[in-house]
Design a protein around this ligand. Structure first.
Ligand code: SF4
Length: 711
């Protein structure tokens, strides 16, 4: 019997490991000291710094729940966050950006009143403090909230000062806030202003020279902590003394040169970025950014909570184990983090261990993670590739087996091929990893893809981001040409058209939000057949065959026009099309009219009629075995697939749309037999030829809204 290579289907085996949440004998009390939380309340910000990784939009769209949950905390989210923070035994709370946290005044005030941390830092660009009177009112309100606390805390507004911020803000907030604190709050040691600037950035000194002559700026220490109880490193710590005697702590940070699209062939640049990453990890995080080191010797967890509710330990997020405070309470988050060998091992063994194991199969990926250098998302970047995720997970299990930290009775419930992989030696495991034909290209195409996304992917391939063979690159180019109607011959012809747009898309992918079950709204699928072709008229079976002699009939063109009007009048938000040429063409023509995101996906192909493809319909329908296939839906058409296989892959595709995207009205351009079979599988009615069928999915159930023929 052929041996199964688990690396041909990495997502499946990773999911299986995650399902067995008692595999690891983890120590739940490992880091039960005071925790640290860095939270982003919003993605919105009007400052518009050119380097901003978040590409923060400046405007909120009102009354759109989905938009709200994707881009900033709802009221419910704030309540959930406060519970999470207090249950996590938070010691140090940093309310941070990107996104300007001070846009979320209510959230800040609630946290000041109710989060039981003993240190609270409010990071800001100061965009709200442009007008001194309004800034003073804002700070007074914060001070009132601070005084309503039941537990003691030290609260600091940490104002970020940089050349970039000053392009728009012109230094005004800095001047206003220094004056307000000097006038009103300088005697309260627990409610303070702090300034933060960057190496090689003179904006602060220039401002001080202009507005506060006679100041003194003295360095206190290198790599000193911002706090007495929780070690939070400031690379350079200064004290600013104004002529009035008012003293302000100033921290200077390193510049990280974050870059979503580094050129991995530029060895010199890569070496520099790696050095910056490594220095920070060693000096600021002691090789483990998921842990906060407390001065009482009891370590805690270092959490990050994003404005969309996603939560993980710092630098330790992985896309197939997303957790979200809207859905998961503190204990769920902790247990899911600890029971996943991938995330637990980082807390347990730190960054060097993680890098060493990944380097066994892909040193390039480690280099890429360091060069991208968006430290919050180091884990996301490192484990972008499902195959690496699975390899790493197995290696961790192997190491924990040696340490007797694996429940072997749980392990024995795994399928044989997975147990064999875990029990194999390093050489065999690596050999299977490299032998597997599955690559990040197949991973990319396992979800619907549009031409822009595939272009982005090819650009990253061109920059050397992935281990991908020349054959696969050619395959990707061919597919790109097909779905985009282009004609490029090599990867060198891939040109970036807009840095900003590409980076926004990459950022969005990196910050993908966990889908929340409780917010599930109905979704409508408009399943529509492609326009009639000459093969239909000639009664020849096309199935999944691609030939160049297929064209739309006059009737087919009219059908496509009708279809475009139908889709437009139903406010469809996106089109997902089968990736066969007659549906691709139909979808393109429709989309010329309605212009919505257009994706292509092989799960929406028509029935694979195998050996009968290219032959006449009569010969197919009169075949005795085929007649049986239409009675028993499990029977596979010779060389093709069974009707149940068709239905199952098509429904898988619809599941993916629901789980991956936030659309509630989508069109799927597909094929007659596929649509008709889906319809009869839902209604239980006899098969009949239809051109379109509208489905409503709600509460785990499909309902047929309408169906029929174009004319
Ligand atoms: S102030 Fe911060 S969040 Fe706003 S644009 Fe600049 S870097 Fe981005």
């Amino acid at each position: 019997m052929k041996k199964v290579n688990i690396f041909e289907n990495p997502e499946f085996y990773r999911k299986m490991i995650l399902k067995y949440n008692s595999l690891l004998k983890y120590d739940i009390d490992k880091c039960n000291g005071k925790s640290l939380i860095c939270v982003f309340f919003t993605s919105y910000c009007g400052v518009g710094c050119p380097f901003c990784f978040f590409h923060s939009p400046s405007l909120k769209k009102e009354n759109n729940l989905l938009e709200e949950l994707e881009n900033h905390f709802s009221r419910d989210g704030i309540e959930k966050f406060i519970s999470f923070a207090n249950e996590s035994n938070v010691g140090y709370l940093q309310i941070s950006g990107g996104g300007e946290p001070f846009l979320e005044k209510n959230a800040i005030i609630e946290c000041l009143k109710r989060v039981e941390a003993d240190r609270i830092i409010l990071v800001t660009s100061g965009s709200w403090a442009f007008d001194k009177v309004k800034a003073e009112e804002y700070i007074d309100d914060l001070y009132d909230a601070f005084n309503e606390r039941k537990s003691k805390a030290r609260v600091t507004i940490r104002l970020s000062v940089s050349d970039y911020h000053n392009i728009k803000l012109k230094g005004k907030p800095v001047v206003n806030l220094i004056k307000i604190f000097d006038d009103k709050y300088k005697n309260d040691k627990n409610f303070t202003l702090q300034l933060k600037t960057f190496e090689n950035d003179n904006s602060l000194v220039n401002l001080l020279n202009e507005y506060f002559p006679g100041f003194k700026l003295n360095i206190v220490e290198d790599n000193g902590s911002d706090d007495f109880n929780h070690i939070k490193i400031m690379p350079w710590k200064y004290v600013l003394t104004l002529k009035s005697g008012f003293k302000i702590i100033v921290g200077k940070s390193r510049i990280f040169n974050s870059n979503l699209r580094p050129n991995l062939y530029d060895k010199e640049e890569i070496r520099k970025s790696e050095k910056i990453y490594d220095t920070d990890l060693e000096l600021s995080q002691k090789n483990n950014s998921s842990i906060v080191y407390n001065s009482n010797g009891i370590n805690g967890i270092d959490w990050i909570v994003e404005y969309n509710g996603n939560v993980c330990t710092w630098q330790n997020r992985v896309q197939d184990n997303l957790l979200n405070i809207y859905e998961d309470n503190y204990n769920d988050v902790l247990r899911n983090t600890y029971s996943d060998p991938l995330t637990y091992s980082y807390i347990d063994k730190g960054a060097k261990y993680r890098e060493k194991i990944v380097s066994e199969v892909s040193p390039k990926t480690v280099s890429l993670m360091k060069s991208v250098n968006i430290r919050d998302y180091a884990g996301t970047q490192l484990f972008l590739d499902e195959k690496i995720r699975l390899y790493y997970t197995i290696r961790v299990i192997q190491d924990y087996l040696l340490e007797d930290k694996i429940n072997t009775d749980v392990l024995n419930e795994f399928p044989k091929e997975l147990i064999n992989a875990i029990k194999s030696n390093l050489k065999e495991l690596k050999c299977n990893y490299f032998k597997s034909n599955y690559s990040i290209l197949e991973q990319e195409l396992s979800i619907p893809v549009n031409a822009l996304e595939l272009h982005d992917f090819l650009e990253l391939v061109k920059l050397g981001h992935f281990e991908i063979s020349d054959d696969k690159v050619q395959k990707a180019i061919k597919y790109y040409n097909f779905i985009s109607n282009s004609n490029i011959n090599s990867i060198d012809e891939i040109k970036c058209s807009s840095d900003l747009e590409i980076e926004k898309r990459l950022t969005k992918r990196m910050m993908e939000r966990k889908k929340i079950k409780s917010e599930e709204a109905p979704i409508y699928y408009y399943l529509c057949r492609h326009g009639e072709t000459n093969w239909n008229v000639e009664k020849r079976i096309k199935g999944q065959l691609e030939t160049i002699d297929t064209e739309f009939t006059e009737r087919g063109i009219k059908q496509i026009e009708t279809l475009a009007t139908f889709i437009e009048s139903n406010n469809v938000q996106a089109i997902f099309s089968s990736d066969l040429s007659r549906t691709v063409e139909t979808a393109r023509i429709v989309n010329n009219k309605i212009n919505v995101p257009l994706y292509f996906y092989n799960k929406f192909r028509g029935l694979n009629m195998g050996d009968f493809q290219g032959k006449s319909i009569d010969c197919f329908l009169n075949d005795d075995y085929v007649k049986e296939c239409f009675k028993d839906y499990n029977l596979v058409i010779p060389g093709g697939e069974s009707i149940n296989q068709l239905i199952s892959r098509f429904k898988d595709g619809m599941d993916i749309i629901r789980n991956k995207y936030n659309y509630d009205r989508v069109s799927i351009i597909s094929h007659g037999a596929a649509i008709s079979n889906i319809k009869s599988s839902i209604s239980g009615d006899k098969y009949e030829n239809i051109d379109y069928c509208v489905l409503k999915y709600y509460n785990n159930n499909y309902e047929i809204v309408e169906y029929g023929n174009y004319n």
